[in-house]
Write a protein that binds this ligand. Sequence first.
Ligand code: GLY
Length: 305
Amino acid sequence: MKMTEPKLIVHGGAWNIPDKYDKAHLNGVQAAIEAIYPKLQSGMTALDAVEGAVNMLEEDPTFDSGRGAFLNEIGEIELDAMIMDGQNLDFGAVAAVQNLLNPVSLARKVMENTEHTMLVGKGAMIFAKKMGFKELSPEALLTDRELKFFHKIKNDPSFRSELPFEFNPMDTVGAVAMDEKGNIAAATSTGGTARKLQGRVGDSPIVGGGAYADNQTGAVSATGWGESIMKVVLSKTVCDLFKTNNSLKAAQTGITILKNRVNGMGGVIGINNRGDYAFAYNTPKMAFAFVNEQAAIEAHIKYQF
Ligand code: GLY
């Protein structure tokens, strides 16, 4: 029996997206909603919806996740992802995995097929093979855009990953869904920051940092500079704020805490346990899309609050 109208919101990163990339970002987040929302309406679970939406964004070379991810200091791609089920607080996460198109699906396998919650690096790749994931060639995830960017910043002593939201892509992707039974889930996937040290792990696979989901409060996916997002446990912070604030105010307060407490930059999307959307960011732009009250898809990159 349908108890609630399903909700779905996705993001494709918060940073100073150059105007020339606006269209690709808007198309990417809109396509994820168009493909997944009808399935949610037909009874898909929130967990399947966030995995499906994030898979689409991982496969879209526009974004820093899966195909199109940043290169690290030695020119390799290392990916982080997590998924969380608000019914029981189960989550799965992977970090520093390589040559996989859909790390969020591996995170789900960790959640459902192991007694653990997080696998990293070599061990995660051994598990991926056991689970039948296809290990791609490094070139399969590499885009010309990122190869050029890597060579541009490789030997630039002024480059710092945390400074350049002016210039640096932070296209982490994420999704939050509420299904017709009222269950909530969140997922986040990223290639991390440009020229990161090998083995660097950001907020995206850290529970409460890059995502959080709890049917009792709501669910959130975060994007932005991971080192600061982790310090304020941004996704969990916004979920806690859902208890005493309306959804938009909770998201805005979370971003204010990120800025005021640790000088961080980024954005969040979410859904509270009443099914209200939340979104906020302090970067110049954030690409995101959702299905509004009139059942129409809204895609935004520079929202007028
Ligand atoms: N927010 C993505 C990262 O910092 O890795």
